[in-house]
Ligand binder design. Sequence first.
Ligand code: ADP
Ligand code: GLC
Length: 500
Amino acid sequence: MRTLFVSSEIYPLAKTGGLADVSAALPAALAGQCTDMRLLLPSYVPALDQARLTGRDVDLGEILGFGPVRLLGARTPDSDLPLWLVDCPALFRRDGTPYQQANGADWPDNHLRFALFAHAAARLALDRAGQDWRPDVLHLNDWQTGLVPAILAAQARPRPRTLLTIHNVAFQGDFPGGVFPRLGLAPWLYSPDGIEFYGQVSFLKAGIRFADKLTTVSPTYAREILTPKRGCGLDGVLGTRARDLVGILNGVDYSVWSPTHGLNLAARFGPQDLVGKEACKASLQRELGLETSERAPLLVFVNRLTEQKMADVLPDAVASICRRGGQLAVLGRGDPGIEARVRAMGREQPGRVAVRIGYDEPSARRMKAGGDFSLVPSRFEPCGLTQLYAMRYGAVPIVSRVGGLSDTVVDTDDTTVSTDTATGVVFDAVDLSGLLGAIDRAFALFESDETLRQVRRRGMTVDFGWSRSAVRYRELYELLAGTSDRAPEGRAPSIADAAA
Ligand code: ADP
Ligand code: GLC
């Protein structure tokens, strides 16, 4: 089974969120299941700095007027898997994040950057890069790779099969329709049956229309995105592909995310030995300038500061947290307006509230290890890795009942399950009152030492490792590779065939 895994983020080479973690851990888990797995990533500066370059580079020639574009041969730092970095200095060798400039604005040429990335993936997949390697399956991720199935749809058969994983349907890669001629696509693709979306070009719609199979990152989210409430306008298009859409829960790489190896922590600890967690809490309180108190329940929020994560509501919750004797520590970056409000909140309650604006992986670990509770009150959440990591570090999650959060956290009040399975506090009304109610329940749990210890230990021992989910992906790959190369239900075979 030959698979090309195409992603715009791979930890630790490039990361803005959970996509990077998945793109590092899932291919590694699949490689362990006898998949010839190779990866493709744009050659951002930090990726060039950290990847182990092999010197086995490939010239792809000119793409979209840029060139020569090269594939730089490399290996992934941790899993040692073959990796190609798509090198187009004009588009990728820049300071900033994969999608944004240092001032937080999107790169104005993101449509070209990720169209070029998609064309590079397609050339490699069609073995036009002289590698004598043709993948059976391309595993694509999010809108940044959404054009690949559209490019392949216009190619003569046989062509490799495609699987698109949607990590967040709220990010669609929509650009003004006027950019279409610059994308190097067959003209017939610019239609409502193709990738046109209300006068715009939608990279995610392209992937949804033309990928052979679709997955998303939790079973509940797979159902949610078929509804107008959560489909972000793409529920109709997704509905036409419902039979090809499946929710597979993300996993955790416990070699990276575990308090037992103590990476970046004041002390190691595990479910049977929580003394180290107390040391981590005290150390975190000192580090953040919080009052050093064992008896103050410490809530941590480590996430993007965006409306998705309900970060805008945190400042309204803080007075209540402090009045109840609690502490709040926040680490994040995101929406500038929310950042400003959260920063101000930190100044108002010194000793009780600490705010760090920025992105800092070691600090994220220390927060999870030191926190009593991890706040993940998202308005919607495709899967969420934060709550999974927090559970392993003994920070009991407080989560809203949406998407992957409801698939992974069992509420202490859930009467449909036996009481010895609860792992956190889950709340329904995704607003300030719902959040405050959940925090109240968490504080009550904190007062009850023995129950808290049980819930914490249980969360620390639940296994969200990748093995189960990786098997499901492998089965999908096998299904795709084994089926004939005909157009699946729900796409527009006649147009594609005419163009091929
Ligand atoms: P999303 O991908 O929607 O941002 P996830 O929960 O799936 O949410 O993944 C978030 C990932 O990013 C986790 O690995 C989390 O620890 C990390 N993270 C988020 N914000 C920060 C930050 N400010 N500093 C360090 N790590 C962060
Ligand atoms: C997205 C989602 C998050 C998910 C992550 C990895 O960023 O917002 O819920 O865990 O992708 O799949």
